[in-house]
Design a protein around this ligand. Structure first.
Ligand SMILES: NC(=O)c1ccc[n+]([C@@H]2O[C@H](COP(=O)([O-])OP(=O)(O)OC[C@H]3O[C@@H](n4cnc5c(N)ncnc54)[C@H](OP(=O)(O)O)[C@@H]3O)[C@@H](O)[C@H]2O)c1
Length: 353
């Protein structure tokens, strides 16, 4: 692989995990971010080239991306960082990948206007090459293949994984909002905790709550199935707690409260260590239904959330640099098929019911 590619946000928990694994796999990313000292220290330790630039100035982004064939964007929350990086990539002709799970970020990358610009520039835009959304996106496509006339799609996962600082901050941002699902092709708000059901994600039946997972956006782009909801296991008393959050939502959304919670995360949240990651696989589940009431269910066990983000994003980077893919907006499964998830380290095979 002779092309140049970059990890932006390489000093973060996930960016650094990806950088270290890339080197172990014999890859040579350029490490980048906005903090000079942290980026240079990590790049020196790993023997890699580095670049420091902010995303606030378009000129800085384009000069930071000179001669870069592909960016793996790991600096989140992506609602603040994705758009300027996408603009830079479209201008400089660099493929854009990220590890977002944020619905608004997926929708921005999949707007018709954006897809056309990417096509014209010969640039691949593929947000969501981490745990969110590779496994669920592949399950969605598998279900579409099994039941082509499906009208309803439900997707979910179960995992005991710990949580990283950036994921925690993204969740805190979401506390001021509600849940989402797709109805008749349109993304619609739903009160958090309003919908519950029982699901066997792979470890026996559990009560589950619908959440605003990235597939509410991406599964529609992958499958064209117009009704999509997304689920995680949640005990009934916590579902009731989530419902009562609605009274505090305006308060939780204020910048003062958000800043206090972000500072707490900076002090207290460090992400799961290697042992925790090794011992906490994830269980992915999906169910499709057609107008006649026929259903198909698919389950697959995968590596831990963060390990899958590392393995999945690097697999997409390597394949994209090795292949000649036309420009446009993609989901992981539309790029590399449903079997992508089965081919990643730590994954089992699809179980079909
Ligand atoms: N798809 C998935 O399944 C998956 C898995 C893991 C993580 N994630 C997402 O990936 C993101 C990173 O998570 P993490 O836990 O690795 O976070 P983290 O440890 O807090 O690191 C965040 C990184 O983003 C950078 N950053 C944040 N805001 C920025 C901005 N406005 N401009 C430039 N750089 C900025 C930070 O730079 P500074 O050090 O300069 O602040 C840091 O390098 C989160 O959004 C998280 O939700 C997704």
């Amino acid at each position: 692989m002779t092309q140049k590619w970059m990890i932006y946000g390489a000093n973060g928990y996930t960016g650094a995990l990806i950088a270290r694994t890339a080197v172990a796999q014999g890859l040579n990313p350029i490490l980048a971010g906005r903090r000079k000292e942290e980026i240079h220290t990590l790049a020196n330790e790993l023997g890699l080239e580095s670049r420091v630039f902010s995303l606030n100035e378009p000129d800085q982004v384009t000069s930071g991306l000179r001669e870069i064939d592909l960016v793996l964007h790991c600096a989140g929350p992506f609602s603040a960082t994705s758009a300027p990086m996408i603009e830079g990539c479209l201008e400089m002709g660099s493929h854009y990948l990220d590890i977002t799970g944020e619905i608004s970020v997926f929708e921005h990358a999949h707007e018709l206007k954006q897809a056309k610009r990417a096509e014209d520039a010969g640039v691949v835009l593929c947000p969501g090459v981490g745990f969110d959304v590779i496994p669920t996106d592949c399950v969605a496509l598998k279900l579409k293949e099994l039941l082509p006339d499906a009208t309803h799609l439900s997707l979910g996962f179960d995992s005991d994984s710990g949580i990283s600082p950036g994921t925690f901050k993204t969740m805190i941002q979401g506390l001021g909002g509600s849940s989402s699902e797709r109805k008749d092709g349109i993304i619609t708000e739903v009160q958090l905790g309003k919908k519950s059901r029982t699901i066997d994600f792979g470890r026996g039946p559990k009560t589950a709550m619908s959440i605003p997972w990235g597939d509410v956006s991406t599964a529609f782009h992958t499958t064209d199935i117009p009704i999509v909801d997304t689920w995680i296991p949640m005990p009934s008393y916590k579902i009731a707690g989530a419902r009562s959050l609605k009274w505090f939502r305006p308060l939780l959304a204020t910048s003062t409260i958000q800043q206090i919670m972000h500072k707490w995360v900076d002090r207290s949240v460090h992400g799961p260590d290697e042992l925790a990651r090794r011992n906490s696989p994830a269980y992915i589940w999906g169910e499709a239904r057609n107008a006649g009431g026929e259903t198909r269910t698919v389950r697959i066990q995968t590596a831990n959330v963060y390990n899958l983000t590392v393995f999945g994003s690097l697999a997409v980077v390597s394949r994209l640099l090795d292949m000649n893919v036309s420009g446009g907006s993609y989901t992981p499964a539309t790029l590399f098929g449903a079997k992508l998830i089965e081919e990643l380290p730590g994954s089992g095979k699809f179980q079909i019911f």
